[in-house]
Design a binder for this molecule. Structure first.
Ligand code: PEP
Ligand code: MN
Length: 337
């Protein structure tokens, strides 16, 4: 249920209603919007307490949330959320660009990447230190050493760091170094991990599982929001289909669809979404044209020798060219990049 407060309801009235909601055994999430303050009353109890809440002080009305995801839903918060993490801002009029290698490999590699992507206009640095690889024999990442290299690159460039956390026991460690915790596609439905990042003070980039429906993606986001972390960005990174020409199939209708259903910003990943570096530029511009709030792009000083995902990775000059094309499309969409 949504407890909609009257315009001008006092903080004391809002607090009173939070207590009333909690007394019913429900969890209260207060969302202060530009027009109105609402309290999401969520929990496993049936919506049978509408009347008792409706007569509360400062309450305008109590309405059910029809979507199965509650805090993520647009019904609860009609205006889009803007997520800010250091230099990265995603949502609203700004298109955030997260760029960098698939994996952190060396200090020089990540630093040169950070400098190059910043110069080209990226607003955050990506790089995996904990890598979830399909094969146990593939490079698994530099772990904490990699996190330290990312933090050093942030110190040198000012770029916010986006990096993956693969296990709930690593959330505190990764949160120590990262500005944004990435939940990888393979972990989208790792509910204990979602709960753990829900307790972290860091923003989260939640990638869609390759075989997850949009509703499953939104319910995964709901775990994080319900855990108390409001700073969630969703990422369309392609799904598995019968098509084998591209690594995954990148469905861009997801972007406007999600924006209709949720207030959370949507980031597109054309690198994993296509699996071919020569397809990345077109899908970056297409993502922005579809209304994406951000992009995440793999960039490496020498993609041919990258330790992971080199075939879908741009070199520095290709990334610069992509950014110039994206800026033109963003301007046509009345967005700032
Ligand atoms: C990545 O970003 O390098 C990655 C492993 O992505 P995904 O989880 O989408 O496969
Ligand atoms: Mn990758």
């Amino acid at each position: 249920m949504i407890v909609v407060m009257k315009p001008g309801a006092t903080p004391a009235q809002v607090q009173h209603m939070v207590k009333q909601v909690e007394a019913l055994g429900l969890k209260a999430h207060v969302i202060v919007g530009t027009e109105r303050t609402v309290i999401a009353a969520v929990g496993s109890k049936r919506d049978g307490n509408k009347e008792s809440l409706e007569s509360g002080p400062g309450v305008a009305e109590v309405v059910p949330i029809s979507a199965p995801y509650k805090v993520a839903s647009r019904e609860l918060k009609p205006e889009p959320s803007v997520i800010v993490a250091g230099s990265l801002s995603v949502g609203g009029a700004k298109v955030g660009v997260i760029a960098g290698p698939c994996s952190v490999e060396t200090e020089e590699q990540i630093l040169s990447c950070a400098q190059a992507v910043k110069k080209a206009g990226a607003t955050a640095l990506r790089g995996g230190a904990f890598k979830p690889r399909t094969s146990p024999y593939s490079f698994q990442g530099l772990k904490e050493d990699g996190l330290k290299m990312l933090a050093a690159a942030r110190d040198a460039t000012g770029l916010a760091v986006v990096t993956e956390v693969v296990a709930s026991e690593d959330v505190d460690l990764v949160s120590k170094y990262a500005d944004v915790l990435q939940i990888g596609a393979r972990n989208m439905q790792n509910y204990r991990l979602l709960e753990a990042v829900g307790r972290s003070p860091r923003a989260v980039l939640l990638k869609r599982g390759p075989s997850a429906t949009i509703e499953e993606l939104l319910l995964a986001a709901e775990y994080i929001l319900d855990g108390g972390n409001p700073n969630v960005m969703l990422c369309e990174r392609g799904i598995r289909t019968f098509e084998s020409h591209t690594r995954f199939t990148l469905p861009l209708a997801t972007v406007p669809y999600l924006q209709k259903k949720t207030h959370l910003p949507v980031v597109v990943d054309p690198s994993h979404g296509t699996g071919h570096s020569y397809l990345v530029a077109a899908m970056c511009t297409a993502g922005i044209a579809a209304g994406a709030d951000g992009l995440i792009v793999e960039v490496h000083p020498d993609p041919e020798h990258a330790l992971s995902d080199g075939y879908q990775t741009l070199n520095f000059s290709e990334f610069e060219e992509v950014m110039a094309r994206c800026r033109r499309v963003a301007a046509a969409m009345d967005k700032v990049m």
